[in-house]
Design a protein around this ligand. Structure first.
Ligand code: BES
Ligand code: ZN
Ligand code: ZN
Length: 489
């Protein structure tokens, strides 16, 4: 899978010719296609059969071109040129997915001069045509190459996008993998693989025994329901950090399956709960990009890994446990396990690595779906600037985040009656805020932004850029954020 650059269209199955609303073929485009083809396209436009609106497409097959470099061509509409952005481009290119399947395309070329648009068109194709076939014996044929013709894009930009796409596929594969395949033990193996391929990453694995000796009673209390795990994994990446540079910590929830514990989830809500490791898998995918992208700085990736199962070892509602930082937690609801495992990860990272800022990413609350749906991630932050940067970065790559408040009175509501803190609050119903309020208590004065990706990590249907299943939402935002925060010239 790769995006390439080329001056000329060299033997592809499909040539994609994007056209903006109300416009015609550009001179550059005309140079690359046959005369007969130019006439056909122009006639479609003149007769208003093709208007260039977003989502419009028209297929030409059996092209008898003297150039003979493509088997089929598809014109696609890019919509109103004033409204073109990454999101609209993803929508435009989604229209080719069915054609591509029918035509069994292996190589696709894009004939478009605008570098940014062309790159996102190519990216959109790969985001769209991802197919999870890990468990299917007869593998499904996928597109191998998308060639961008004659657009001025730097090699670095192409490498960056290819690296991101590779990580997006990797993360989607991991999140889509079933809980009898990716369990706490095998998820740790993934962290090992990523650390092994990058000498700039130092890996620390805290297993159950080590967690016990450290007093990580929170993550242990969830992990005790399973024979596998729990683990806390720390990937420490350093590339020419400034002198005494404090790390930025990115902390992911890695629940390989969430039954809800004794607060058992209804079956319908349990079915997709292999996706509850998406936060940790996003962190893994992000760290995988470092091999090629080599951002400068000091970055920590922390994974809080466990399975939330039922059985005689499972934690009971009302049990009180002690977290790494000594706080006692009353477990009012065993389904609020994400914040419990993250509590230790946050407290441990804070104490042992003294980070400048922390960002947690987790499929933490069903309420995030009720609040912002499946397309928008939630951010809650004790640091206004950090929230702003996350939102801005997300906007640039079409991974929208919206902020919810860490309302002070709600934050008070995590206080316990017979413990220091509770994991669901007694009265406040704003569960997404309550989740972040709980995490905030463990971050103390260290700035914390919490990303709730319960809605965005998984898609129940095919959407532009996202075939149903795991989305890997967040990787592109993080890469942009690091570019803004960490990468220095
Ligand atoms: N993993 C779930 C949240 C979730 C729900 C993710 C739907 C993706 C889709 C989480 O562990 C959970 O169950 N949270 C509870 C919190 C409550 C018990 C405080 C919830 O949202 O109901
Ligand atoms: Zn849960
Ligand atoms: Zn969960």
């Amino acid at each position: 899978m790769r995006i390439t650059l080329s001056k000329q269209n060299s033997k592809t199955d499909i040539l994609i010719i994007p056209i903006k609303e109300g416009e015609n073929l550009s001179n550059q485009q005309k140079k690359q296609i046959s005369k007969q083809h130019i006439l056909e396209v122009e006639s479609l436009i003149e007769n208003k059969i093709f208007k260039g609106k977003t989502g419009e497409s028209f297929v030409f097959q059996n092209i008898k071109s003297s150039k003979k470099s493509y088997k089929s061509a598809i014109i696609i509409g890019l919509g109103d040129k004033k409204k073109i952005n990454v999101h609209s481009i993803k929508k435009s290119i989604a229209s080719i997915t069915n054609h591509q399947k029918k035509l069994k395309a292996d190589k696709i070329a894009i004939l478009h001069e605008n570098p940014k648009e062309a790159l996102w068109l190519a990216t959109g194709i790969f985001m769209n045509t991802y197919k999870f076939d890990k468990y299917i014996t007869k593998k499904i044929k996928k597109i191998s190459e998308v060639q961008i013709i004659n657009a001025e894009i730097s090699k670095e930009e192409i490498t960056k996008m290819n690296t991101l796409l590779e990580s997006i596929y990797y993360t989607r594969d991991l999140v889509n993998s079933t809980s009898n395949d990716i369990d706490p033990d095998t998820l740790v193996e993934e962290a090992k693989k990523i650390a092994k391929e990058n000498p700039l990453i130092k890996l620390t694995i805290l297993d159950r025994k080590k967690l016990e000796s450290l007093g990580c009673g929170a993550i242990l209390s969830i992990g005790q329901s399973s024979t596998k795990g729990p683990y806390m994994v720390i990937m420490e990446y350093k590339n020419e950090p400034k002198k005494d540079e404090k790390p930025l910590a990115i902390i992911g929830k890695g629940i390989t399956f969430d039954t809800g514990g004794l607060y058992l989830k209804p079956a319908m809500h349990m079915n997709d709960m292999k996706m509850d490791k998406a936060g940790a898998c996003t962190v893994l995918g992000l760290f995988k990009t470092f091999k090629n992208l080599k951002p400068k700085g000091h970055i920590l990736g922390v994974l809080a890994i466990a399975e939330n199962l039922i059985g005689k070892a499972a934690i009971r509602p009302g049990d009180i446990i002690k977290a790494y930082d000594g706080k006692t937690i009353e477990i009012l609801n065993t389904d609020g396990e994400g914040r419990i495992v993250l509590a230790d990860a946050i407290a441990y990272t804070k104490k042992n690595y003294n980070p400048s800022k922390m960002i947690s990413i987790a499929t933490l609350t069903g309420a995030a779906i009720v609040t912002l749906g499946y397309d928008i991630g939630v951010v809650l932050s004790t640091d206004e600037e950090l929230a702003k940067q996350i939102i801005e970065s997300g906007k640039e790559v079409d991974e929208p985040f919206w902020e919810l408040p860490l309302y002070e009175d709600y934050c008070e509501n995590v206080k316990g009656k017979i413990s220091d803190i509770t994991n669901s609050g007694y009265t406040v119903k704003a569960q997404t805020i309550m989740g972040a309020a709980f995490l905030k208590a463990f971050a103390g004065k260290t700035p914390l932004a919490h990303l709730d990706i319960a809605g965005t990590a998984w898609s129940n249907e095919n959407k532009p850029g996202y075939p149903a299943g795991a989305t890997a939402f967040g990787i592109m935002m993080f890469q942009k954020l690091l570019e803004k925060m960490v990468v220095r010239s």
